[in-house]
Design a protein around this ligand. Structure first.
Ligand code: ATP
Ligand code: MG
Length: 269
């Protein structure tokens, strides 16, 4: 199964989420099979990451977005945790600080973009500035509506300077979100995760769908493609995500650098 092809939003196509299936688990027999393949993908990612770090010439940026409770944290815990903390950095974007708000919206993003040799994972991202900001009118329409092109130019700029970008929308449906929020209410170990805001945001589900559809449609470029990852089943989400990251790293062909000196002349005493 070519997950990249299957879940890549085709270029220049308007994204309609109802055409995608959050429950999809194509080509996989069962959870055990998926978990075995995920483990293999993660092992391959580690080997490729090692080469990327040693090569020190290109960077990989993975943007994770999704509705509340879509599983961004879980995806990072299960798929990315095995990577090397020296070369893999996760940044979670919360509400901007006063300092961040006094700059342009991409300022806080660019500062933490991955350096050469690194893998950067964004848990939420600059897309919040056309999602939550749009849904809640945090800035006038005239301001956020210009951001799609600004984002495309920014991502193009990163890409031209050696950063490979993949963007994954973890897609859960409305019913699955309900079940997950209910679980947070019931399970004391998850109480810290839920606030009144989650219930309020859920009421704006349709507004978020519209905002996501526009962001995914307008910011889907060759330099920074969107993938729509079916995320109702966590094990399938992990499989698809690990496969996309593995294939992308493979495609980047990171090379171990040539030895810096004539090895014959190095005498270890
Ligand atoms: P979880 O899904 O586990 O609840 P989370 O990512 O929602 O994790 P929170 O601390 O609950 O983490 O929420 C962070 C909040 O910050 C989100 O509601 C998000 O929409 C908001 N946020 C992020 N970026 C911006 C931004 N640029 N402007 C306004 N709000 C933002
Ligand atoms: Mg939250």
């Amino acid at each position: 199964m070519d997950f990249l092809k299957r879940y890549r939003l085709p270029l220049k196509r308007k994204c309609r989420l109802e055409e995608w299936d959050a429950n999809d688990s194509a080509g996989v027999k069962n959870r055990e099979q998926a978990e075995r393949q995920t483990a293999k993908n993660i092992a391959a990612m580690r080997a490729l990451e090692y080469r990327l770090y040693a090569e020190n010439r290109q960077a990989l940026l993975i943007v994770l977005q999704g509705m509340d409770a879509a599983g961004k944290d879980g995806a990072i815990r299960h798929v990315m945790a095995a990577l090397n903390p020296q070369s893999c950095k996760v940044t979670s974007f919360k509400q901007p600080s006063a300092l961040e708000l006094s700059h342009d919206f991409l300022w806080r993003i660019h500062r933490v973009a991955p350096a050469t040799g690194e893998i950067g994972i964004f848990n939420r991202s600059h897309y919040e500035d056309v999602l939550v900001v749009r849904v809640h009118d945090l800035v006038p329409r005239g301001v956020w509506s210009r951001r799609y092109d600004q984002i495309n130019r920014f991502e193009q700029h990163l890409a031209e300077n050696g950063t490979r970008i993949i963007k994954c929308f973890l897609y859960i449906d409305k019913e699955e979100q309900k079940q997950r929020l209910l679980r947070r209410l019931e399970d004391p170990a998850r109480h810290w995760k839920i606030t009144e805001a989650d219930a309020r945001e859920r009421e704006r589900w349709d507004d978020y769908v519209a905002a996501y559809e526009e962001a995914l449609s307008r910011c889907n470029t060759k330099a920074a493609p969107w993938f729509i990852v079916p995320a109702n089943r966590k094990w399938y989400r992990n499989l698809v995500l690990s496969q996309i990251v593995r294939k992308t790293l493979t495609d980047m062909k990171p090379q171990l650098p040539k030895p810096v000196a004539n090895l014959d002349q190095i005498l270890i005493t």
